[in-house]
Design a protein around this ligand. Structure first.
Ligand code: ADP
Length: 514
């Protein structure tokens, strides 16, 4: 017993809270890690988009620089007359965005253009030359070493964008500057579309320093947009890439999070309800175990008492010391009565055992309930007379025949009448009424005993359960009689229940389906 309570205490105060805490911790960890995983996934999408933007920007830089290098390898700084002749031969193919190449003598005081090679000669070249010498030269930082390095100037004059590549070379001690004039509108209209064929136009565009779009369309503002300046060439502009899937991603993340939360909540619920079921089952099991041990004690006691009475009076008779015939008859009556009780009890226990094991087999036949009840009442009469109780039997008129197992009904009625006499000893009358209604035929056993408290009215029909106050009054019993009555009633398509009798006592009812 001490062992059991220690185990129970361990279960209630340590194990169960520990399991609940573990479940909560697990749920928390799961939720957090799923949250972090989503963050990581989001991060990786951001990184991928950034990579894409970088790659797009680098692609343009590389193309321009390749063209610059092509120019550099073909122009002849040493010979002003044939300065760009070789370049022009392959210019259209190799350097499609280069309009013209200028050579400026940096050592001359005027720092002017000394040679020009242009794919389209015209007044535009002259205008550019002036722009270059008067303004751009100042922006080019030509006095910064290393002089021969390829550099770029991205600038704007009167709302027009210019890109020039330039480098210096030394010829016979003089410094020359080669200026490559890239055609920006051409870059925008021809080069950008050619370079960026692999990405949807709605996902990227190119904007200038003021955020005006110079290439592409406004991006669908569904989520974050990553912008990256062109590093080397058109460095005043930037390429912008939108995370096309950012909204879908957010939705998917949200959906998954809700799903995971539901899963976590469900599994926690399952675990917690499982725990509750276990606790309730354990409590029930404990209660049943207690009831069973009470039952064993009660049955043993019930067997022992009549047996010792039978033995005592038999021994008295055997000794021949009982002189009067009256006394002998009285003793014999006690012996018969007690053996009957013993037999009834054993029959009850055996029947109950069969019910418990699901082995109880009923043999139904069409029969007359009134006859069976009358027979059962007769069985009880002997004891009733002994205890000075009158049993009144009232059979309703025109009782219909019902399907019944005679022996089972007899046992049920004996149990009810027996209880009425046992628990209502002060009353001198027990009424047994059989009457029919629309759906069933009822056997009602009325006593004028103490009655049943409302909270016990259902419980007492459970196996091993004995009513409140029964123990206190020292009434012998095993707690299986009413469980058996209930089983028998239900096997007959009916019910067993108890009502209050007026002004006192109870009415036990057993109904049989008609
Ligand atoms: P037992 O009589 O062996 O205890 P039962 O199943 O026949 O077992 O009855 C269960 C309980 O119902 C009894 O312990 C008693 O408390 C209560 N009971 C049964 N019949 C009556 C009655 N006629 N009057 C008062 N209480 C009753």
């Amino acid at each position: 017993m001490a062992d059991q309570t220690r185990r129970e205490r361990l279960l209630t105060f340590l194990l169960l809270p520990a399991i609940v805490v573990a479940v909560l911790v697990l749920a928390g960890v799961m939720f957090r890690s799923s949250f972090q995983l989503e963050k990581l996934r989001e991060q990786s999408v951001v990184e991928a988009t950034l990579l894409l933007a970088n790659e797009k920007a680098d692609r343009l830089d590389k193309n321009i620089i390749d063209q610059d290098n092509a120019v550099r390898s073909t122009v002849d700084v040493n010979d002003r007359t044939s300065f760009g002749a070789r370049w022009l031969e392959s210019a259209a193919i190799q350097t499609p965005t280069v309009r013209a190449v200028f050579l400026i003598d940096l050592s001359a005081p005027g720092r002017d253009v000394v040679a020009v090679a242009s794919r389209a000669p015209g007044p535009e070249n002259e205008r550019f030359r002036r722009l270059c010498v008067e303004f751009m030269l100042n922006e080019m930082k030509i006095d910064l070493p290393p002089y021969d390095q390829l550099r770029h100037l991205h600038t704007a004059y009167r709302g027009q964008s210019y890109l020039v590549s330039h480098w210096q070379s030394e010829v016979h001690g003089r410094r020359y500057l080669t200026v490559v004039w890239h055609d920006v509108p051409r870059i925008v209209h021809d080069l950008f579309p050619a370079l960026y064929t692999d990405i949807q136009q709605s996902r990227m565009n190119v904007s200038d320093a003021d955020g005006r779009i110079v290439f592409g369309k406004p991006l669908a503002r569904t989520g974050p947009v990553l912008g990256r300046q062109f590093e080397t060439t058109l460095y005043k502009w930037s390429v912008n890439v939108s995370m096309a899937s950012s909204e879908e991603l957010a939705q998917a993340v949200q959906r998954r999070r809700v799903l995971e939360m539901v899963l976590v909540a469900l599994s926690s619920l399952v675990v917690i309800s499982g725990l509750i079921v276990i606790v309730v089952a354990a409590a029930q099991e404990r209660r049943l175990a207690n009831l069973k041990s009470d039952f064993v004690a009660n049955v043993s006691h019930e067997l022992k008492t009549p047996l010792s009475l039978v033995r005592m009076f038999s021994e008295l008779l055997q000794s021949g010391r009982v002189e009067s015939d009256d006394k002998r008859r009285q003793y014999l009556q006690i012996i018969v009565g007690e053996s009957e009780r013993l037999a009834a009890l054993i029959e009850n226990v055996l029947d109950f055992a069969k019910v418990e094991r699901g082995r109880q087999a009923y043999h139904f036949e069409q029969g007359n309930l009134a006859e069976v009840v009358a027979r059962a009442v007769d069985v009880c009469r002997l004891r009733a007379e002994r205890e000075h109780v009158e049993i009144a039997l009232e059979l309703g008129a025109e009782l219909p025949p019902v399907r019944l197992d005679e022996r089972a009904i007899e046992i049920a009625v004996i149990n009810l009448v027996d209880n009425a006499m046992k628990y209502a000893p002060d009353g001198d009358r027990v009424d047994v009424v059989v009457r029919a209604n629309a759906t069933s035929v009822e056997v009602r056993v009325l006593d004028r005993g103490p009655g049943i408290v409302p909270e016990d009215r259902k419980r007492i029909f459970e196996r091993f359960v004995r009513g409140k106050g029964t123990q206190a009054k020292q009434v012998r019993g095993s707690g299986i009689g009413l469980a058996l009555v209930k089983h028998i009633a239900e096997a007959h398509g009916g019910r067993a229940w108890v009502e209050a009798n007026a002004p006192r006592g109870s009415v036990f009812v057993l109904s049989v389906a008609r």
